[in-house]
Design a protein. Structure first.
Ligand code: DGT
Ligand code: MG
Ligand code: MG
Ligand code: MG
Ligand code: MG
Length: 268
């Protein structure tokens, strides 16, 4: 087909290829979820339906899109890490980011009812996305550590804050005042001495967030087979299948990475 005189407009498209050898991180964050949580009556400080739906949507992103090796989420955000050797969509940042954001958003709406049975979805939620490149395993682990540290700081604060309000009878203004200038140790102490709560025994999903990685599982199924010269018989057949596995554990220390050495490729 002959080129039209309009073809030149294609040259206005800019190159947004992600630098080679770098991990490509796409982080999504719910738009104005302060309002969304209020309107949909999310429980405070954590709503397990909302967290479950975030995780279900993240799983859909991992299963439907190529080359995501690890994902980490908390609150209204999720980060997805593409392997550094990925050539999916020629590493074009806009393609990767928009596919992640739209797969996630449509899943969030698609699976809403499974998690919020009698709470109708009142308006279409949306998520912003950004792309950040990390060249080394250290940088990537520090990025994920940063997000998990954020989860910890916010969850500790929110847990004490809402305990003071819900169990201690303080107003939100009084609780805010009470927590002004307190350190982590002070917050742990308030929970322990005044409410008999050991923060470390609180739900791991809330304290650590959710990490998804791919894992190989050996699966054995019994198949009826006909072996030449013999009667038909049941034979166990083992195959290995990749599936997305979730964790609610510390990913800041070395242990998680030592136990799952194949998540990240070597630096050299
Ligand atoms: P943004 O991201 O700038 O559009 O604005 P927001 O409002 O989404 O702010 P952000 O992302 O910094 O904070 C997340 C909000 O979502 C925060 O106001 C609390 C709310 N949220 C997230 N998870 C839960 C939950 O499990 N329960 C409740 N009650 N609220 C939650
Ligand atoms: Mg934000
Ligand atoms: Mg948000
Ligand atoms: Mg957020
Ligand atoms: Mg097309």
């Amino acid at each position: 087909m002959a080129k039209s005189k309009f073809e030149y407009v294609r040259n206005f498209e800019t190159d947004d290829t992600c630098l080679r050898n770098c991990y490509i991180v796409v982080r999504l964050d719910g738009r104005n979820f302060h309002r969304f949580a209020g309107q949909h009556k999310f429980t405070k400080p954590n709503d397990n339906r909302a967290l479950g739906l975030m995780s279900r949507s993240a799983r859909s992103v991992m299963e439907e899109l190529e080359d995501i090796v690890i994902a980490y989420g908390q609150s209204d955000e999720f980060s997805f890490v593409f392997k550094r050797s990925s050539t999916w969509f020629k590493r074009r940042a806009s393609k990767l980011m928009t596919h992640v954001a739209s797969q996630f958003s449509s899943s969030y709406v698609f699976y809403w009812k499974e998690f919020f049975e009698d709470q109708p979805l009142l308006y279409p939620p949306s998520f912003d996305g950004r792309v950040v490149l990390y060249p080394t395993n250290r940088n990537l682990k520090d990025y994920l550590s940063w997000r998990q540290a954020d989860c910890h700081v916010n969850n500790l604060y929110n847990t004490v804050f809402w305990t003071l309000v819900q169990k201690g009878g303080l107003t939100t203004a009084q609780a805010e005042d009470r927590l002004k200038g307190t350190l982590a140790a002070d917050k742990n102490e308030i929970l322990f001495s005044e409410f008999d709560i050991n923060y470390n025994n609180e739900s791991a999903i809330h304290r650590k967030g959710t990490t998804f990685i791919w894992e190989k599982r050996e699966e054995t199924v019994i198949k009826r087979m006909k072996v030449p010269g013999e009667e038909e018989k049941d034979v166990p057949v083992t195959s290995s299948r990749r599936r997305v596995q979730s964790y609610h554990c510390d990913i800041i220390g070395d242990q998680f990475w030592e136990e799952h050495p194949r998540v990240l490729e070597d630096d050299d």
